[in-house]
Design a protein around this ligand. Structure first.
Ligand SMILES: [Zn+2]
Length: 299
């Protein structure tokens, strides 16, 4: 319950929604699964391939987490977007086929989960083309979406994505509804708050994360943000990693969360390409926030 709901004398602040979603929906929810798998470690250091336990923890995502999550998504009848590094698609081709067969979207996520900030434009384009070829071949359909590893893009990234016919990027954090880059590429922004790494990641060496959080705390964290985003008419981009959120109690956390979201009503559960397509067709759906002018300056 919101504090303002607990105190009846306080009027709730309900601004006009930021975005006009289809069919009178109040907000959109984009469920994202970043299937980093073994690249979580290999992007850091290829020598980590010899760490059997570490690699087994990483591969839990594509091998155990993804099929379990696909089962939940089917039960809930909600679509999702899976961002898969090219290397992981090569290592787990049956996983790619299962995701596509279940009707979900597959987007690009680098080849070996490379940090774009350490690449020049030529290197970044080579990796983009390599991952595009792999995902297109294994998924049987050409992807249109891109999520940068670690959410970080370079100044030239939007132009590269447009050059190679991608429709959207889901990497920046500058808003809570979609917007257009200057070249017309759609951005579907996310945020660290709605990410599971910060809540659940832990590994001893290399040292990842701090402490795996209690699911009830995480439910509260994500529910409060979703609930407020629903009030504000936002696009709630939830980003989960199957090696973390494919663990049993967290799959049940996701089940509880999606059921609660649905029960709130007027929620559009959409894949990235659906949001990008809708925005391209309805560019005026977005409402800009502007500072009010002081009264003595009006006119
Ligand atoms: Zn990732």
């Amino acid at each position: 319950m919101r504090l303002s709901e607990a105190i009846p004398s306080l009027a709730r602040y309900l601004p006009p929604p930021r975005f006009q979603w289809p069919d009178g929906q109040r907000c959109a929810v984009m469920l994202c699964f970043d299937v980093d798998g073994e690249t979580t470690a290999l992007a850091e250091n290829l020598a980590l391939a010899n760490r059997r336990t570490l690699m087994s923890q990483c591969s839990y995502g594509p091998r155990i987490g993804v099929p379990r999550l696909l089962g939940l998504l089917k039960h809930l009848d909600v679509p999702a977007t899976f961002f898969v590094p090219g290397y992981i698609a090569e290592q787990h081709p049956q996983m790619v086929k299962a995701i596509v067969a279940a009707g979900h979207e597959i987007g690009l996520h680098g080849y070996l989960h490379e940090k774009l900030a350490y690449l020049n434009e030529t290197q970044e384009e080579e990796i983009l083309l390599r991952s595009l070829e792999i995902i297109t071949r294994l998924a049987g359909t050409r992807p249109v979406g891109f999520r940068a590893p670690w959410f970080e893009i370079n100044p030239w990234t939007p132009a590269l994505l447009t050059k190679h016919d991608l429709a959207y990027c889901a990497s920046e954090m500058g808003d809570d509804v979609p917007y257009f880059h200057s070249n017309g590429l759609v951005e579907i922004p996310g945020q660290w708050l709605l990410e599971d790494w910060e809540q659940f990641a832990f590994n001893a060496d290399p040292a990842w994360g701090v402490i795996p959080e209690n699911c009830e705390k995480v439910f509260d964290l994500w529910w409060r943000e979703f609930s407020a985003m629903h009030d504000y008419g936002c696009c709630c981009v939830l980003t989960l990693h199957p090696w973390l959120s494919g663990r049993p109690s967290r799959v049940q956390l996701l089940e509880d969360l999606v059921n609660a979201m649905r029960a709130k009503g007027k929620v559009w559960f959409a894949r990235g390409h659906e949001i990008a397509d809708y925005f391209h067709k309805h560019p005026s759906a977005r409402r800009e926030l502007v500072f009010a002018q002081p009264a003595n300056q009006i006119g």
